[in-house]
Write a protein that binds this ligand. Structure first.
Ligand code: ADP
Ligand code: MG
Length: 688
């Protein structure tokens, strides 16, 4: 055993006093780490400390942890101003001070003058020369060899010292079943190290020249661990997928009767991407098991028409279809589009939101419950308790990640295994799609409808606001319309509203000749709808808005967008907002007004949005900037995040995916063991 820390000494003393080790508190502490003792072999070090050699005191470098072998000169309790223990030590080359703010009397005894110590800590240049604050130390009796291996440092929790944790890990390593779940052939195929030796190397690295060499030596072991973690994720997602597929659903075959009618009446023809996505969806719907598909397409790629076609296919078989959107504005836009497309075909569309009057709502609910209306559009009001569908066959959710977790659960429970389509304009980088979304089939709209002009993005400092206002005037003078997006104030909705109102007042004073409107989240839904309507009809030329306009809003005549305090917005938000312009034939511009000082990440974000228009590329860089945890947002609830694997290694994700196929097909028992080892009860959630 290497050095012991004061905390270790203390806990040993306390434990010795009790008649037996207090295993229940130990279990509780491990639980705080999300672990049971048996899982400790997979609890891997964060880093390592090098106690295999001694640094001469004179060679101490401030801020660089090292081990020293010294003799105690003197040790005293001082008040500076707090009570503390200060111990002066030295070797042949120089002197050091050890400083302890918390200490026990017996520790003071251990540090008696003349005692020889091994001390590990991070030197800091203090007023009295180099000092180590709360170093780990142990007293040397006679000649003791240096440890041959580096010392692992684990993630831990209060009250669980590194020394204790190290001993526990070693104990469990000796007892655990670390049999490889990977058949030899797979291990060879993906050039993977064996599991047990990998774990041993990570917990107790072999002797190496230094920490730099260590990275290289441990690389194969880490690769194996990351692979295993990704494999567990792939396996459990596949299992969930298979379980859902095993359930039945009414097949909704494609007769083409209604869908062909719609396609004939459209003022445009589908893009190649839309046609492909539509074919994939049509084939899924014809199956006797539930569709679980994600339709992914950048803002403006034309997802709505694909949704409408799917709804028609359900209606063609006499089944109902519901389309839900997370906001009233968006739901209303969907409703208008669908009604315009479908009502000429003799298909009424029901419309349901929380803001309908009670009597209207009851009437809509009645039509839905009787099956008189096959198609319904709305907000989450559609999944409220009092709404029952006569024969719901398909539910479509737009921008699902914007719904709350509870609403999504309600959505799942609403109907017995209907076909489900989710739509998202948040492009999911390939590695994320392969991992966190591996339980969904995915259709991608990777092509924008023709005739779009790319949006020109400009970064403008706040000081040049007057120029920007002049641009607004000029754009409106040419008959164009403008969005002015107010700063996001995350801490306070009230404050955000206040800012929006102020901006609105300002702009009306600055541009008295223009018709200006204001829309924000606190307006009543019918007020919001009235403002949006006026904007759509060009009765409002400049729309001052909060982020309520972020998704879905479609006003082709708007060709200029100003985003104030752009540095406060996230990348996907900026991309979504910018997607509101560039929808018509006019050259469109998005001006990002920013205020200094810019944080390093804010600067990075602005650079990315300035340099890129492709949503996938922006998402990829966003993922690199933020990591997957934040990226996948609420989908992560209940879904274990990867502890060791990084999604930037797409080759490894790919390998894990291929291995999952082989394992499930040829070694199902090993697959089950592998999931158990890594995911405990988590796979239950995935089946839900
Ligand atoms: P999003 O994918 O962002 O939801 P929408 O469905 O709102 O995109 O479509 C954006 C705009 O493009 C709409 O005005 C829509 O009518 C139009 N559109 C969709 N598909 C085509 C197409 N193939 N050709 C021309 N315009 C299209
Ligand atoms: Mg949309």
């Amino acid at each position: 055993m290497p050095c012991s820390s004061l905390a270790d000494t203390a806990s040993r003393t306390r434990r010795a006093a009790a008649s037996a080790p207090n295993t229940s508190t130990l279990a509780a502490k491990l639980a705080r780490l999300g672990l049971t003792a048996a899982e400790l072999p997979f609890h891997l070090p964060l880093r390592y400390e090098d106690e295999t050699r001694i640094t001469p005191v004179a060679a101490a470098i401030s801020g660089q942890a090292a081990q020293f072998e010294v003799e105690v000169r003197d040790c005293e309790i001082a008040f500076r101003p707090r009570r503390q223990l200060i111990c002066h030590v030295a070797d042949a080359t120089g002197e050091l001070a050890l400083r302890f703010l918390n200490f026990y009397p017996n520790q003071q005894k251990l540090l008696s003058p003349g005692a020889r110590l091994r001390v590990f800590g991070e030197p800091r240049g203090g007023f009295f020369g180099n000092e180590l604050i709360h170093p780990r130390f142990r007293r040397l009796e006679g000649d003791e060899p240096l440890p041959e291996r580096l010392t692992p440092v684990y993630p831990t929790t209060a009250g669980l010292g590194q020394g204790t944790l190290r001993r526990l890990v070693q104990k469990e390593m000796a007892q655990a079943d670390l049999a490889d779940t990977l058949p030899e052939a797979l291990r060879q195929r993906f050039a993977l190290a064996e599991l047990a030796p990998s774990l041993e190397a990570l917990h107790q690295p072999p002797p190496v020249a230094g920490l730099d060499e260590l990275d290289r030596v441990l690389a194969p072991a880490w690769r194996r661990i990351r692979f295993d973690e990704l494999l567990a994720q792939q396996l459990s997602l596949r299992q969930a997928y298979a379980a859902r597929r095993a359930r039945g659903a009414a097949p909704l075959p494609a007769s083409g009767r209604l869908t062909d009618g719609l396609l004939r009446h459209l003022p445009f023809t589908l893009t190649g991407a839309q046609r492909r996505a539509w074919q994939e969806i049509a084939a899924d719907l014809a199956q006797p098991h539930p569709m679980q598909r994600l339709l992914q397409g950048d803002v403006g790629s034309g997802k709505t028409i694909v949704a409408a076609l799917a709804m028609l296919q359900a209606a063609d078989s006499g089944y109902q279809a519901a389309l839900m959107a997370p906001t009233e504005i968006l739901a209303e836009q969907h409703y208008r589009k669908l009604a315009a497309w479908l009502e000429p075909l003799g298909l009424p569309v029901a419309w349901l939101t929380g803001s309908l009057r009670k009597s209207e709502k009851a009437a809509m609910a009645g039509r839905i419950a009787s099956g008189e209306t096959l198609l319904a559009v709305g907000t989450h009001a559609l999944i409220e308790d009092e709404i029952t569908f006569a024969r719901l066959g398909l539910s479509i959710v737009d921008e699902q990640h914007r719904f709350g977790v509870r609403q999504r659960l309600a959505l799942k429970q609403k109907a017995v295994a209907p076909h489900q389509l989710t739509m998202s304009a948040t492009p999911i980088p390939r590695t994320l799609a392969m991992s966190y979304y591996a339980d969904l089939d995915v259709s991608v709209l990777d092509e924008l409808p023709p005739g779009r002009t790319p949006v020109l993005t400009k970064l403008v400092g706040e000081g040049r606001r007057a120029e920007v206002v002049a641009r607004v005037r000029a754009a409106c003078g040419e008959g164009r319309q403008v969005y002015w997006v107010c700063p996001l104030i995350e801490e306070s909705e009230t404050l955000q509203l206040k800012t929006a109102e102020e901006t609105y007042d300002h702009l009306r004073t600055e541009l008295p000749e223009l018709r200006t409107g204001l829309v924000h989240g606190r307006l009543r839904p019918e007020e919001k709808a009235a403002v949006m309507d006026a904007f759509l009809r060009n009765e409002i030329q400049v729309l001052v808005a909060t982020t309520v306009i972020e998704v879905g809003v479609d006003v082709p005549n708007a060709s200029l967008m100003i985003i104030e305090h752009a540095e406060r917005f996230g990348l996907s938000q900026l991309h979504q907002l910018r997607g509101r312009v560039g929808r018509g034939s006019a050259e469109s511009v998005c001006i990002l007004l920013y205020a200094r000082p810019l944080s390093a990440t804010a600067r990075q974000r602005l650079k990315i949005i300035y340099e890129n228009t492709d949503g996938f590329e922006i998402a990829r860089q966003d993922l690199a900037l933020r990591g997957p945890g934040e990226f996948i947002g609420s989908r992560q609830s209940g879904m274990p995040l990867l502890r060791y694997a990084q999604l930037d290694d797409s080759a490894l994700v790919e390998a894990a995916r291929a291995a999952a196929d082989v394992l499930l097909r040829d070694h199902p028992a090993q697959a089950v063991r592998h999931i158990r080892r890594w995911l405990k009860g988590a796979e239950e959630y995935l089946k839900a």
